[in-house]
Design a protein around this ligand. Structure first.
Ligand SMILES: *Cc1c(COP(=O)(O)O)cnc(C)c1O
Length: 421
């Protein structure tokens, strides 16, 4: 094991992003590996939240337009910062609502079904909320059987060819994840977008598991729409406000869920009863923005801009590569299966391992200061995050896993999930 530790330390010594670890509060976790569920709090995020609270203290109602970070424009300001890390233009990206509400809002707005073409293509492995939202929209539009799910051949990944085979003349829209939340597979967004457009189908991606970990070029790829949360890899804090991208070519469609914050800012306070839709992405806002659930993003996104998405991706791939290589080498005697695709271009920022005793293993890891998460029935997700995890964290995670397996420490725990897993 000593050679693995030395290797990790050597990699840490050469890591240009290592300096960011001290910007984060590591709390009780010795080795936090759950940044794909809830990213850690950073000093810049804390500071920007405190700054915005100070503005409330100082300015009261006038904080909407005064102070360094006026609340009236904060959704757009954060949108602009996020646009840079996903390859879109500032008037196409907004911080607003939650991922699920943004699915309702965008799909309802852009979906224009006819009896011949009304299917919405999703996949068998997606997150439940995305599926519930799409199904409820289909129900409301009178096409309850309109959902088509691309099957997975192995229960973990999706084949690009299979997705493309499902793009036929009956499909109006496609909503897929960029990175699958369980296996960590990255879909080929550019190719899928090109194929969808050849068939006249609108396509959007849920970026919850890729934003802040994988670079995107949404505009260049011509993606129609995308939404994401900001509390995973972007470290915006629990329940922080979601993000939304709509290609500018769709900005003249009448937005479905209308509210006064979607109104043109110039006329919003005329308080007229005729909706004057904002010309840009702002039209997708509904009501008053959740300022304190956005403020931490001002700080954390500055860090992302400084660190650079390409550097973050490079380190993230090195971390997961080191983890998988070490698991292969030191845990070969156990029934542990690495489910995540091995090829760098096909994997995101976390890995998924399978074992029949996974819930017990997860609990044993937590008791020893490693924080991963369990996914039923028998998987553990481990996310080494570029900005706050070191190669030595990865070493200790695998070393502790080996200790648990060698001594069957998982037997001390019930092999089932808790309320949140
Ligand atoms: C995390 C996640 C969500 C969560 O949606 P919220 O509206 O923020 O609760 C939805 N979809 C996917 C794919 C996710 O990973």
């Amino acid at each position: 094991m000593k050679e693995w530790l030395e290797l990790a330390q050597k990699k840490d010594a050469q890591d240009a992003l290592a300096k960011y670890k001290k910007e984060f509060y590591l709390g009780e976790a010795v080795h936090y590996m759950d940044g794909n569920s809830l990213g850690l709090m950073s000093r810049p995020a804390e500071q920007s939240l405190l700054d915005v609270m100070e503005d409330w203290k100082q300015h009261g109602i006038d904080g909407w337009t005064r102070g360094d970070r006026p609340w009236f424009y904060m959704s757009e300001k954060i949108g602009e910062m996020m646009a840079q890390i996903i390859g879109a233009e500032r008037h196409e990206v907004l911080a607003t609502n939650s991922t699920t509400i943004n699915i309702h809002q965008t799909v309802r707005t852009l979906y224009q079904p006819t009896d011949e073409r009304h299917k919405i293509l999703v996949d068998d492995l997606n997150f439940p909320s995305d599926i519930y939202a799409v199904q409820s929209i289909l129900d409301d539009y009178g096409y309850p059987d309109g959902m088509v799910k691309v099957p997975s051949h192995d229960g973990h990944t999706l084949s690009t060819d299979t997705i493309i085979e499902h793009m036929d003349e009956s499909v109006a829209m496609i909503l897929l994840p960029s990175v699958l939340y369980r296996s960590g597979q990255v879909l080929e967004m550019e190719k899928l977008t090109e194929k969808a457009h050849e068939k006249g189908i609108l396509i959007g991606f849920d970026l919850c598991h890729s934003i802040g970990s994988v670079p995107h070029q949404l505009k260049e790829w011509d993606v129609d729409f995308a939404m994401w949360c900001t509390y995973k890899h972007l470290n915006g804090g629990p329940g922080s406000v979601g993000g939304l991208y709509i290609h500018e070519k769709h900005h003249d469609v009448g937005v479905s869920l209308k509210g006064w914050f979607g109104n043109n800012k110039e006329t919003q306070f005329d308080m007229g009863h005729t909706f004057d839709q904002a010309p840009d992405i702002s039209q997708y806002q509904v009501g008053t923005p959740h300022i304190f659930s956005m403020a931490p993003l001002l700080g954390t996104l500055e860090m992302f801009q400084e660190a650079g998405m390409e550097n973050i991706r490079k380190k993230s791939l090195e971390l997961t590569d080191f983890m998988m290589t070490m698991i292969d080498a030191v845990l070969e005697d156990y029934d542990i299966e690495v489910v995540t695709p091995r090829e760098p271009e096909h994997r995101g920022g976390h890995i998924l391992i399978g074992h029949p005793q996974a819930a017990g293993i997860n609990a044993a890891l937590k008791s020893k200061g490693v924080i991963p998460d369990f996914r039923a029935p028998s998987y553990v997700r481990i996310a080494p995050v570029a900005l706050y995890n070191s190669f030595e964290d990865v070493y200790h995670t695998v070393a502790i896993l080996k200790e648990i397996m060698d001594n069957r420490l998982y037997e001390a725990y019930e092999n089932r999930r808790g309320v949140i897993a």
